[in-house]
Design a protein around this ligand. Structure first.
Ligand code: PNS
Length: 162
């Protein structure tokens, strides 16, 4: 079985992530979307919430499985027999760091990295910008899956405007 992992924080999943996940899933028998558990960094959403939102966002892509991981990505790859990491590239500015990680992951465990250039329509999206815009009441409905938008609106209503 040809398997790959698409790792990230996904706090929250954006339409850019969905673009990369959907296109990468077409290249493999199974694509595992793995959410990083980072005990040192509290996100806007818990890891369980991020996973639930991801599952909802890619519900119509049958060969995608959502999981979480802690520690080194290459250890997850070894433990789950995943030889390929898939990463989206939005712009040249992403490339330098992504190249460094790809080379390191290959050195550590011979895991290859496949870069998927994002569709131009979503090349400007990032979870952090989405969170910032939503926090200040901006409209992110065109930037994130419907369930994420609903959660962001509900969260803002609960917490009140800054
Ligand atoms: O969505 P993000 O935050 O850009 O994702 C970054 C992620 C999770 C892919 C990266 O931080 C990662 O792989 N973390 C796991 C720790 C690890 O393996 N570090 C060494 C990388 S060479």
């Amino acid at each position: 079985m040809r398997r790959a992992v698409c790792p990230g924080s996904f706090d929250p999943v954006t339409n850019g992530h969905v673009d990369v996940i959907t296109r990468a899933a077409a290249l493999y028998d199974e694509l595992v979307v793995a959410v990083l558990v980072n005990p040192g960094k509290a996100g806007l959403f818990t890891v369980d919430e991020r996973m639930a939102l991801l599952r909802d966002a890619v519900a119509d892509v049958p060969n995608v499985r959502v999981d979480s991981f802690q520690g080194l990505l290459v250890d997850y790859c070894r433990a789950h027999d995943v030889p390929v990491i898939v990463k989206g590239l939005r712009a040249v500015s992403d490339f330098e760091y992504e190249l460094q990680m790809a080379q390191m992951n290959r050195e550590l465990a011979a895991v290859e990295t496949l870069f998927v250039p994002t569709a131009p329509q979503v090349g400007h999206l990032s979870s952090s910008l989405v969170k910032q815009i939503a926090t200040f009441g901006g409209d992110v409905s065109g930037l994130v899956p419907k369930a994420v938008h609903e959660r962001l609106v509900a969260q803002r209503e609960r917490e009140g405007s800054p």
